[in-house]
Design a binder for this molecule. Structure first.
Ligand code: NAD
Length: 284
């Protein structure tokens, strides 16, 4: 199936990156969010990131302009998805919110459209079961920052069809990404492996084992990680990390996924990482 028109739901950290990459590769994009401020910020962020790509010689000025011209923004889910070939949902990692968005999308998007979720941990099978087209629901898990990272983890729900999977993998490749297919279990592969490490780093900080810089430096220089776990948590968003750990803890029922109390405290304080300029590190 040819995918030319893409609607992205949620213009936050991930949504603006997905819109950017899709438009850069010639797709017409509608970026939809409940907040006008977020949409304004999203377009500004995409503009800034395109400028950076021009400076690095990855694209030229004309391509940058054409990319921006292919992105429309709006807040009306029905109008924004009525002619979409594929919708990618990137709203916060809250199961009930995703279920309700997919129920709406099932009514508003054309019956043949693929409905993809960028969820980090929530069951694709459960999301799909809320719709009348579970065969056309799939996980399309982009990595942050989307314009830079190569991987898209493609998650098949129990009812996802081969054709939907083929089209989604094909789209990821068209967007210059490498798609890896995985099955639907909480956290899939990426966050099942990553989040326990981040959580342990937060617990080490809470227990006074070392300061944030020291924890990150040990993991960077000692394990050859490109960034330390606390800096990575700040990049992902501490609220998103907490939401993912809550899904893992609840769905897998194992205390090794129990979110660290210090992570909860930072989220309660509104210290969410880079997006609020303060997390385990400061970003002024
Ligand atoms: P975010 O909080 O930065 O952005 C979410 C956006 O959704 C916000 O702009 C919010 O206004 C909007 N929104 C909320 N309710 C909405 C609705 N009903 N309709 C339309 N828009 C709505 O979150 P994020 O970090 O971009 O995460 C989005 C999804 O991507 C989550 O499922 C998350 O787990 C996943 N994800 C995040 C990362 C990461 O590093 N942040 C990486 C991979 C996947």
């Amino acid at each position: 199936m040819d995918i030319e028109r893409i609607a992205v739901i949620g213009g936050g950290t991930m949504g603006n990156g997905i819109a950017h990459v899709a438009a850069q590769h010639g797709k017409s994009v509608r970026l939809l969010d409940v907040s006008e401020d977020v949409l304004e910020m999203a377009v500004a962020t995409i503009g800034k990131n395109l400028e950076r790509q021009v400076k690095k010689g990855i694209i030229d000025a004309a391509q940058s302009e054409a990319t921006l011209a292919r992105i429309e923004t709006g807040s009306d889910l029905a109008a924004g998805t009525e002619d979409a070939d594929l919708v990618v949902e990137a709203v916060p990692e809250k199961p009930e919110l995703k279920y309700s968005i997919f129920q709406t999308l099932d009514r508003t998007a054309p019956p043949k459209a693929i409905l993809a979720s960028n969820t980090s941990s929530i069951s694709i099978t459960e999301i799909a079961a809320r719709t009348s087209r579970p065969d056309r629901v799939i996980g399309m898990h982009f990595m942050n920052p989307v314009p830079v990272m190569q991987l898209v983890e493609v998650i098949r729900g129990l009812a996802t069809s081969d054709e939907t999977t083929r089209s989604t993998v094909g789209l990821a490749q068209e967007l210059g990404k490498i798609a890896v297919e995985v099955n639907d279990f909480p956290g899939f592969v990426s966050n099942r492996v990553l989040m326990p490490m981040i959580n342990e780093a937060v617990t080490a900080l809470m227990e006074g084992v070392a300061q944030p810089e020291a924890i990150d430096t040990v993991m960077k220089l000692g394990m050859n990680h490109p960034m330390g776990p606390l800096a990575l948590a700040d990049l992902i968003g501490l609220d998103t990390c907490l939401n993912i750990l809550e899904v893992l803890h609840r769905e897998l029922g194992d205390d090794r996924y129990r979110p660290s109390p210090l992570l909860r405290k930072y989220v309660a304080a509104g210290w969410l990482g880079r997006k609020t300029k303060r997390g385990f590190h400061s970003y002024d």
